[in-house]
Ligand binder design. Sequence first.
Ligand code: AMP
Length: 188
Amino acid sequence: MTRLIFLGAPGVGKGTQASRLAQKVGVPHISTGDLLRTAVSQQTPLGSKAKAYMDQGQLVPDELVVSLIEERIQEPGAQIGWILDGFPRNVAQANVLEQLLDRMRQHGKQVINLDVPVDVIVQRLLERGRADDTEEVIRNRLSVYQSQTTPLLEFYKTRDQLETINGNASVEEVEASLWQAIQAQPEP
Ligand code: AMP
């Protein structure tokens, strides 16, 4: 059973690795960024509320993101496991997730922190060229990550669920280290 949370700054390659791994083990890849971008492009009420935050590189308010993830993770397809990418992004979201998983009686998740030096991240993001990847927005997203998301490293470390992987290598090399880390994990 694969239940995995990917942590790491924007641009460390979370999305790429999460998507490859999800395909390999056959569980859904759940990215709140993707869910939000879909909502924005479909101009749903939630998407319209989220857009301004995303454009500035700020976190979308918790209640919007939480409602998306609650719905998605309870879908039948997610009962066999999941890989979360981009959620949780702060301690409040992590607490909501703990409660949700308790309610669903899902235990034994693993948290992977993909670690890449900050200058490499900025370079990668500038090369990616997504709409919210201008230099100013990138700087914003990195500082939001630093202040809001890095406390999660401690949160999961104290729960003995955290594993850090060097993400400053080729996609294949990172994939291999990731695979090793997952295999080494005892079944809950
Ligand atoms: P990402 O694709 O994960 O880089 O997310 C793109 C943008 O979506 C972020 O800069 C945030 O504005 C928003 N976002 C994604 N996930 C979350 C989340 N868990 N909480 C708040 N905002 C989020």
